[in-house]
Write a protein of this length. Sequence first.
Length: 138
Amino acid sequence: MKNTNVNWSVNAVLDSNIILRLLAPDVASQRESASSFLDKPKSEYFLSDTVFAEIIWVLTSFYEVPKGEACEKMRQVLTIPSIKADSNLLELTLSFYEAYSLSYIDAYSAAVAYQKKVPVASFDKDFKKIPSITSVSP
């Protein structure tokens, strides 16, 4: 399947710990290194949807950051000029995650369904909370 949303001419693929060092208060020396790394001139780094989800999970579980605050932090990450990601999909996912009582992964599935204009196939009734998508049960 061809993915037209991603520019693969990047300098590196980011692991979650680079972004977590920017957002978490525990390792100041690594925060400075991560910040300098991302601020390098003419550098672009790919942040995958999976790593984005992992960062949300670590922020809300390990660091116990409230959902709304975690979403705001991740929206700020998406504005870092050197970071390349599927921002439209991730922003929509964050919106669903905040607005409805869904897990992040369910919010992501809903966002993909919305963008592709297809229903979510699931036994989970939580998808019915989102009026802008449809869900079908097998």
